[in-house]
Design a protein around this ligand. Structure first.
Ligand SMILES: [Zn+2]
Length: 297
């Protein structure tokens, strides 16, 4: 199991799945440029692109962050046994995710904070699990942090657009509402300090209430960027939005701002969907950015 140390914090990846994107590159990124793919092909194959399938490779994982004070799970993948018709990668899964978390040294009872960067189905799944036919919170002792904005637009009872979208409707009812009903949800507004090393900050664009986590300890920094970026080629093309980005202009502004933060403040980038080795350092030259992967130890 690979670890990354950020000051006194220890970060481990908990994998749910890694595989081909469900859409061809041009559908995944409407602005996709084959020339950029060709220019970077030497390092994209095989962990980030499969020429045989002409598909980008993407991971779905959580970040387990252990500090002297907290054990945090950032983003909760697609989850097991969820009904997601039309989305094969999320539909009725049965993965050994909790066993992988145990191998990383954490049980569900150890998690004291769950942070969902946004409420899309592949970020909230393990919030809950099926027990005796009911969806119950997987992490019995955790507070679950959700953006208040995100909760309002994700709630099908308040937002007709969410009600009309079966994916969002299902995900909210089986993976968010049970946590609110158990009293474990904490709705956050604006910048929220978890402690003096960790800040949750708004990063709107992919969704209106999307948030990121910044960790800074002993001059070392990390940025957990959720879906502000989906694929490493976006470091070279920060204007590319995924088909799932809900506010395109804000998404571009946010992505560039986060890349600038990583480059200028030397923060390691921890995305949710990048293939191996999953973590990157970002450098800036003029208006452009470049990436260097940083393997764990
Ligand atoms: Zn998303």
């Amino acid at each position: 199991m690979e670890h990354w140390a950020i000051g006194a914090a220890n970060v481990t990846r908990v994998e749910e799945q890694i595989g081909f994107a469900s859409f061809a590159p041009e559908q995944y990124f409407p602005g996709f440029d084959r020339e950029l793919l060709r220019r970077h092909i030497s390092w994209l194959v095989p962990d980030h692109y499969s020429p045989a399938h002409d598909r980008l490779v993407t991971s779905i994982h959580s970040w387990l962050i252990r500090t002297p004070r907290h054990t945090i799970l950032l983003d909760c993948c697609a989850g097991n046994h969820k009904e997601r018709p039309g989305f094969a990668r999320f539909h009725r899964l049965d993965t050994p995710y909790l066993a992988r978390m145990a191998a990383a040294g954490a049980s569900p009872e150890d998690i004291d904070i769950v942070l969902c960067t946004h409420l899309h189905a592949d970020h909230v799944g393990w919030n809950t699990m099926l027990r005796d036919g009911r969806w119950v919170p997987t992490f019995p002792k955790a507070k679950y942090l959700f953006s208040r904005t995100e909760n309002e637009i994700g709630n099908p009872d308040r937002n007709p657009a969410a009600a009309a979208d079966p994916q969002r409707n299902n995900a909210y009812h089986d993976s968010v509402l049970p946590v609110i009903e158990s009293g474990q949800a904490v709705l956050i507004d604006g910048v929220h300090a978890i402690d003096d090393t960790m800040l949750v900050e708004p990063a709107p664009g992919h969704t209106p209430g999307h948030v990121v986590l910044k960790l800074a300890d002993r001059d070392q920094r990390a940025l957990f960027c959720g879906d502000a970026m989906h694929h490493p080629l976006q470091v070279y093309a920060p204007h590319w939005n995924s088909r799932f980005c809900e506010l395109p202009e804000e998404a571009r502004v946010t992505r560039r701002r986060l890349l600038e933060h990583c480059a200028e403040d030397n923060a390691l980038l921890f995305p949710i969907h990048f293939g191996a080795p999953h973590v990157a350092a970002i450098a800036r030259a003029g208006d452009a950015f470049s990436l260097r992967f940083v393997a764990g130890s």
